[in-house]
Design a protein around this ligand. Structure first.
Ligand SMILES: Nc1ncnc2c1ncn2[C@@H]1O[C@H](COP(=O)(O)OP(=O)(O)OP(=O)(O)O)[C@@H](O)[C@H]1O
Length: 529
């Protein structure tokens, strides 16, 4: 048992008062240890509660750490017990292609509706209908509406989106009606469906307190159920606003504006003072409410690391480039989360190159590779696809698929390549940040001396950089983030702080919603919160 830090003691002392709490816990600051302290306090008080984890693995880990009075699970597990189990038979139904579901909903298999210069085929429409239902399920809305229709790649403008929404919504409403039957229907029943049904039933969770973990990335549907309990249960939100990196797909930082007593965990047990200083540079840029102190017992060096244990990338495509580079250097490589997403992209590129339409959800509005390339090169909305286009053109889809076949499992690999999104919650002894973490573009107007001025650092990018740099225990190579050393926002060079202070800085702002999928990385799996 460790001697608690003053901040951990402050959290443990605040909890029995019954006040709603917001605990900002920086990277590696012993969040689980602290929550277990709170849970033991509750046991002494005879109070029972629930810990809501981000995914099942975290819930299982917490169940081993917390006393029995605190039940541990995801929001989905609560919803499953209340609603989902009635739909078990439907959930066990065999998977089938989205277009078959579309056909069963009445979408004509010969359709090709023009939206702008693109044609929406029945496959694209079927996929968009199912995504619309999923986005509705993750929202706090009562009914399916146009804003749930995902903006399609290659037809993002508002008028085109409105046209698409008019086409999609009748089928999406039909799909949602179909899902209400517990024992029959044509749409495959997913975990998000019963979560939404549960939320719409306005459930009361019968507990004395609720601990919401990773509260900086909470879906609106979970936020709605959670905050609705505040009159009868003590609410404790735990997380790190500076690690809010899922805003692009609708998650919200519930901590920042929550009306509760603010507490902080800022002593990191993962790394030493030099890395804490680097982390603080990004926390400052992100306008985060905390600054970290490193462990005096840990020495973490920042320097070039030619052979790291982990390489962290900004995008899936960047990860693919790193995989190829490591394989060429003769190393056994693992890709965190596996190679399926990249394999699907490579196969989609292969289809387009052969002049076939692809079923890949992101690329299904394009008819040829040349069309996609033109979109990536000339349309600002498609710019993030340019690295994919360049990667495919440089290596060929066959070589990419061959590289993915050579991946090793993580436990037998010499190096793990991961996106920063997938690296969240993990740590390695040595880490290199990949080259796809490029800095902001220069401003149009040069500085007084005529030299280009770098643009401001995007807050979302700063949070992702913070997640990436805080994964290392002993060695960190900031690699692709080195541009920050000559950017005005990275100045003055970081120095280890002498006094962490309980709080400081401005609250983090919300990350703007961006495109889904290819450019980003790290999807949550079914059953995750
Ligand atoms: N007061 C303390 N003194 C020394 N070590 C501590 C203290 N509190 C926690 N630790 C150690 O810090 C490490 C991380 O703690 P813990 O497992 O609770 O954090 P976590 O929730 O898994 O991770 P994170 O803080 O990154 O979210 C563990 O090795 C734990 O034993």
């Amino acid at each position: 048992m460790h001697l608690p830090t003053p901040e951990q003691s402050a959290a443990a002392e605040a909890f029995p008062t019954g006040a709603h709490l917001v605990i900002q816990a920086g990277a590696g600051t012993g969040k689980t240890t602290t929550l277990a302290m709170l849970a033991r306090t509750a046991r002494r008080q005879g109070r029972a509660g629930r810990y809501i984890a981000f995914n099942r693995a975290v819930a299982r880990h917490a169940a081993r750490t917390f006393p029995a009075e605190v039940s541990c699970g995801t929001a989905h597990s609560l919803a499953y017990t209340a609603v989902g189990k009635r739909y078990q038979a439907r959930m066990n139904a065999p998977r089938r292609a989205g277009w078959r579901t579309g056909a069963a909903l009445g979408i004509d298999e010969d359709m090709a509706v023009p939206i702008g210069t693109r044609k929406v085929t029945h496959k694209a429409l079927s996929y968009t209908v199912l995504r619309t239902v999923t986005r509705f399920c993750q929202s706090a809305d009562q009914e399916i509406a146009p804003h749930h229709v995902p903006p399609p790649r290659g037809a993002e403008s508002a008028p085109l989106h409105a046209q698409l929404a008019a086409l999609v919504l009748p089928y999406a409403r039909k799909a949602w009606a179909d899902l209400q039957h517990p024992d029959h229907g044509v749409v495959r029943f997913e975990h998000d469906h019963y979560l939404k049904m549960w939320a719409l039933s306005e459930p009361v969770v019968p507990v004395d307190f609720l601990l919401l973990d990773e509260a900086q990335d909470t879906s609106p549907v979970v936020e709605q159920v959670f905050t609705a309990q505040r009159d009868h249960a003590q609410l404790v939100l735990v997380g790190d606003s500076a690690q809010a990196i899922y805003g692009w797909r609708g998650a919200r930082d519930v901590m920042t504006a929550f009306d509760g007593r603010q507490l902080t965990l800022s002593r990191s047990f993962r790394f030493g003072p030099a890395l804490a200083a680097e982390a603080n540079r990004w926390l400052t840029i992100a306008g985060a409410p905390i600054r970290l102190t490193g462990s005096p017992c840990r020495e973490t060096e920042l320097r070039r690391v030619p052979v790291p244990e982990a390489i962290l990338c900004r995008t899936n495509v960047g990860a693919m480039a790193e995989v190829i580079g490591q394989l060429e250097a003769g190393r056994r490589v693992a890709l965190a989360g596996g190679g399926q997403a990249l394999g699907a992209l490579a196969r989609a590129a292969d289809d387009l190159e052969a002049g076939r339409r692809t079923g890949h959800p992101e690329l299904m509005l394009f008819e040829t590779w040349a069309e996609l390339r033109e979109y990536a090169e000339s349309d600002p909305a498609g710019r993030d696809l340019l690295p994919l286009a360049e990667l495919v053109d440089a290596h060929g889809t066959e070589a990419l698929l061959h590289a993915l076949d050579q991946l090793s499992p993580e436990d037998s690999a010499e190096v793990t390549v991961s996106t920063a999104h997938r690296a969240k919650g993990r740590e390695w002894a040595s880490v290199r940040v990949a080259d796809d973490f490029t800095g902001p573009d220069d401003l149009d107007e040069p500085g007084e001396d005529g030299t280009p001025l770098p643009g401001p650092v995007d807050l979302g990018e700063a949070r992702l950089a913070y997640v990436a740099v805080t994964r290392a225990r002993s060695l960190l190579d900031i690699g692709g983030l080195s541009w920050i050393n000559s950017h005005p926002a990275g100045d003055p060079p970081p120095a280890p702080p002498s006094d962490p202070g309980p709080t400081g800085g401005k609250p983090a702002e919300q990350q703007a919603e961006g495109a889904e999928g290819t450019a980003h990385s790290g999807e949550r799996g079914a059953g995750d919160r």
